[in-house]
Design a protein around this ligand. Structure first.
Ligand code: GLY
Length: 359
């Protein structure tokens, strides 16, 4: 088993990573759940596969367990679903000593976490993430949110879980598209912080190999995220490194109304194309974009810009939360494993990207 503890200004919590940990998950969180009211929030997919199993496991520690099942999919990260959750928590007479377990991917984690952060001014919650993306990113670091019709994650807070339990075996039931979607973020960690991880990833040749290395891969990603979050919990500086590839990636996701590209696919395109630009302006060592291309190919991730409509993409980019005035905060890599933050004038960035795509 691998374990690490996240230490922020006001919170300390453990992350446990172990294949099969779901079988005795209760023993790892016993102190939080014993004789408490436990409310499992999950989605229809995860519930079908593992919902009853988790309930059974919890019953050894408490007789008071409830389950709230939301529809699978991004549409559930909404005011409507949040209200339904509050209604259920109230009908179950949940109080501030009770605990929520977020059991699912990023949507469940963000939504259940936000509900926990606001219900009765905050009750404890635990993350049991079930997708690669949520195991290495969204379950750690305390960002919880719902979407607003005007944009994703616009209503949210920083609220850390009491513990994060990661069972890589849960990824067995993930289809290839969503497994590789997660690898978009895994590759991102290697590019911004860990050349050794890049070298491990590039040597992996098939899905069996992936699963042979998965515990170490997840551990390395969580460790990078933990180190960054501990230095910059509230996303004012170094945490922005985690957004490598995201400026273009988010714009691509929005351009296609979240229908054509998964998050991991969109940031893959973003990482490759921003690095082509940063090579052109000598921020990045020549040849780095080719190394990105090689690794994206390996994990079936796209890299070419899917549209020439840069004007439209920049309509979205100008709305980015992290812009300041006419400047945009961008993440580049100097070389594999070395992320760096720099500001560029948005118009200049648009020109550079346009020139790069034409060339
Ligand atoms: N997913 C980026 C962050 O947690 O800051």
């Amino acid at each position: 088993m691998k374990r690490m503890s996240v230490n922020t200004h006001n919170n300390t919590y453990d992350i446990f990573i172990k294949k099969g940990i779901l079988h005795n998950v209760g023993s790892f969180i016993e102190s939080f759940i014993k004789n408490k009211k436990v409310i499992i929030i999950t989605d229809t997919n995860v519930n079908r596969l593992y919902g009853e199993y988790l309930m059974k496991n919890m019953r050894k520690y408490t007789s008071s367990i409830f389950k709230i099942v939301i529809n699978a999919g991004e549409d559930s990260k909404s005011f409507d679903t949040l209200k339904q959750i509050y209604d259920k928590l109230l009908s179950f007479h949940v109080n501030r000593t009770d605990i929520i377990i977020a059991f699912g991917g990023g949507v469940v984690g963000d939504l259940a976490g936000f509900a926990a952060s606001t219900y009765m001014r905050g009750i404890h919650f635990i993350q049991i993430p079930t997708t690669l993306l949520s195991q290495i990113d969204s379950s750690i670091g305390g960002k919880v949110a719902i979407n607003h019709p005007k944009g994703k994650n616009l209503i949210g807070s920083f609220y850390h879980p009491k513990s994060v339990i990661i069972d890589p075996d849960l990824l067995d039931t993930l289809n290839n598209k969503f497994l590789y979607d997660g690898f978009g973020e895994v590759i991102k960690y290697s590019l911004i912080k860990d050349k050794y991880l890049y070298n491990t990833l590039i040597r992996i040749n098939n899905k069996i190999d992936i699963f042979n290395h998965i515990e170490d891969i997840i551990y390395n990603c969580c460790k990078i995220k933990k180190d960054i979050v501990e230095k910059d919990e509230k996303d004012q500086g170094i945490r922005m490194l985690l957004n490598f590839g995201h400026t273009l990636g988010h714009a691509i996701e929005k351009y296609y109304a979240y229908k054509s590209y998964t998050h991991g696919e969109a940031i893959a395109i973003g990482m490759y194309n921003i690095t082509k630009v940063s090579e052109d302006i000598c921020i990045t060592k020549k040849g780095t974009s080719k190394l990105i291309l090689d690794i994206l190919n390996k994990y079936n991730l796209p890299y070419d810009m899917p549209t020439n409509n840069i004007e439209k993409l920049f309509d979205f980019i100008r709305l980015d939360k992290k812009n300041s005035g006419t400047n945009i905060n961008l993440v580049f890599i100097k070389e594999v494993g070395k992320g760096t933050l720099q500001q560029l004038d948005i118009k200049e960035f648009q020109k550079l990207l346009t020139v790069n795509l034409k060339g």
